[in-house]
Design a protein around this ligand. Structure first.
Ligand code: COA
Length: 257
């Protein structure tokens, strides 16, 4: 159990709050376990019809905890807490909504590619800095991002790894609406309640059909990315990037080939 992820049921909506503000909501193994558990509860509990992922008014998540990354993944990807969480998210049958304010880095962005609705505060900053960290895409992003926004934009966002704004995300079609940061969560919650009031089997069938174009390859992509990501975590490039982050400097990749 961890109090760094809080769950609370509001009527038929399971609200899952990432709650580690002193570390910008960076996700540890225990936190991924709690996120996966929340999705398991949502799947099994008939009183839950929708899941909302949220953080605070100024932070969604800074992605994976970089100190954890530096130690590598504990085992084969699909058996790790992050692997289990991503596989559950990719196969969730009930609608998943996200309310995103402030930083949404790494998995903070890639998990949104699986969500059915994303509401972003005007202060949201998205980024997938995998290559910047000597890593490679995760979370199904090498399949979902080009599918949702096109190959050219996916290459730009994944290879250059720059941050982008709520307006950019809106233009790319990655989010549903930009909100005043204080209104992001209430707006998302309102949509959750509207989804929960819809015919549940019809919502599930619609989600299944919307996911169908990528469904066959998504699980394989997650596992392939996971294996490669695990290898990259052990690379000298990643070691330099993590060291640079801890030392609050830019990484120097000039010596690598
Ligand atoms: N893992 C571990 N610690 C993290 C973290 C992460 N992913 N992100 C932030 N933190 C820590 C910082 O080291 C800092 O700790 P300190 O107070 O001991 O120095 C604290 O959280 C606050 O972060 P800070 O960088 O000062 O906040 P900011 O508002 O200036 O910037 C971010 C926020 C998210 C833009 C910045 O923290 C960041 O880029 N983090 C790394 C994101 C990342 O690369 N994630 C992995 C993606 S694969």
């Amino acid at each position: 159990m961890t109090d760094l992820v809080l769950t609370e049921q509001q009527d038929q909506v399971l609200v899952v709050r990432i709650n580690r503000l002193d570390r910008k909501n960076a996700l540890t193994h225990d936190m991924y376990t709690a996120l996966g558990d929340a999705l398991t509860t949502a799947e099994q509990d008939k009183t839950v019809r929708c899941v909302l992922f949220t953080g605070s008014s100024d932070c969604f998540t800074a992605g994976n905890d970089l100190s954890d990354f530096a130690k590598g993944l504990p085992g084969a990807f699909e058996h790790t807490p992050v692997g289990r969480f991503l596989l559950m998210l990719a196969t969730a049958t009930k609608p998943v909504v996200a309310a995103v304010n402030g930083p949404a880095v790494g998995i903070g962005t890639t998990m949104l590619l699986h969500c059915d609705f994303v509401f972003a505060g005007s202060n949201a900053r998205f980024q997938m800095p995998f290559v910047n960290l000597g890593l490679c895409p995760e979370g199904g992003s090498s399949l979902l991002l080009p599918s949702w926004v096109g190959r050219a934009r996916a290459a730009e966002l994944l290879m250059l790894g720059g941050a982008f704004s709520a307006e950019d995300a809106d233009r790319l079609g990655l989010i549903n609406r930009i909100c005043d940061p204080e209104q992001t969560e209430p707006t998302a919650l309102d949509t959750c309640h509207r989804l929960a009031a819809q015919a549940p089997a019809a919502v599930r069938a619609t989600k299944q059909l919307l996911n169908r174009p990528v469904q066959d390859t998504l699980i394989d992509t997650l596992k392939t990315e996971g294996a490669l990501f695990s290898e990259r975590l052990k690379s000298p490039e990643a070691a330099e990037a993590f060291k640079a982050f801890m030392e609050k400097r830019q990484p120097d990749f000039s010596g690598f080939d």
